[in-house]
Design a protein around this ligand. Structure first.
Ligand SMILES: C[S@@+](CC[C@H](N)C(=O)[O-])C[C@H]1O[C@@H](n2cnc3c(N)ncnc32)[C@H](O)[C@@H]1O
Length: 254
């Protein structure tokens, strides 16, 4: 094998949230295999590379993933610097382990370059810390999404023992998420923040509660959405939370 494959986090969307290491690798890359939704400004840093889109927005099936694995291994026979560019951090809901397994099985050298995951960009957007001294000491990362043929998804177990958490790829099953969390003992009044396209100019924030969450599954929310559940994710005034939309205030205004 000739080349090294770099599994690189592109961050949550804003091009200037890319790490310096990622930018350096993009500049050196011969070929870049990238997810959907990677900003064009980020891809433009790969001035000498062939750029190949391989991602799907969600619900990637295993055949597609196997095809990506094979392309990475094949690229390592032809090129020196191969970048596999993934949204957020590659090691969180990014299927990096399958790519790592394929690269190891084929004897391909690889490295992982971390990126800023969506939950961290969402916390910055909300100006709300994911952990809070004396109140929120544990934080869960979860997704209710499960592919065909996978084990039963026990995401709720992670939340049972955590003070708060982030749910990735969850908006489409908001009613089931609310039912599961309330069934696991969370109060229906538990605050929920829905952060859409965190770090991007069109970012939105919607505040609700577990009881109010199911209604959002029916709303037309374009973009990538993250659910943050926990006592600190309560509605804030527009003045204190920037672009935050306070649904209760909107409802009162008619
Ligand atoms: C396949 S997962 C990839 C997560 C990624 N590896 C990360 O670390 O952020 C895609 C999900 O991440 C969340 N997500 C990614 N970027 C986001 C953003 N800018 N704002 C809000 N949620 C985002 C959404 O829940 C989306 O459905």
């Amino acid at each position: 094998m000739r080349g090294t494959v770099y599994l690189v986090g592109a961050g949550p969307g804003a091009p200037d949230l890319l790490t310096l290491r990622a930018a350096g690798l993009l500049a050196r890359a011969d070929v870049v295999f990238h997810d959907a939704l990677i900003p064009s400004e980020t891809l433009a840093l790969a001035t000498r590379a062939q750029k190949i889109a391989v991602g799907k927005r969600c619900g990637r099936h295993s055949t597609a993933q196997r095809f990506i694995n094979k392309r990475l291994v094949d690229a390592a026979t032809k090129y020196e610097v191969i970048v596999r560019l993934k949204g957020g951090d590659p090691m969180l809901f990014g299927r990096a382990q399958e790519e790592i397994a394929a690269l190891e099985a084929a004897g391909v050298a690889y490295e992982v370059v971390p990126g800023i995951t969506a939950a961290l960009a969402a916390a910055a957007q909300l100006r709300t810390s994911l952990t809070q001294r004396g109140r929120v000491r544990s934080f869960a990362f979860a997704t209710p999404r499960a592919g065909d043929g996978e084990d039963v998804n026990r995401w709720i177990d992670g939340f049972r023992g955590a003070d708060a958490g982030a749910i990735y790829m969850g908006l489409c099953c908001a009613p089931a998420i609310a039912d599961a969390l309330i069934g696991a003992g969370r109060a229906p009044s538990t605050p929920v923040a829905i952060v859409v396209d965190a770090s991007l100019p069109n970012a939105q924030t919607h505040y609700t509660t577990l009881a109010g969450l199911p209604a959002f599954a029916r709303r037309d929310i374009g973009g990538a959405a993250l659910l943050l559940v926990g006592p600190q994710f309560h509605a804030r005034t527009a003045a204190s939370a920037g672009d935050a939309v306070d649904l209760r205030a909107l409802a009162q205004a008619g």
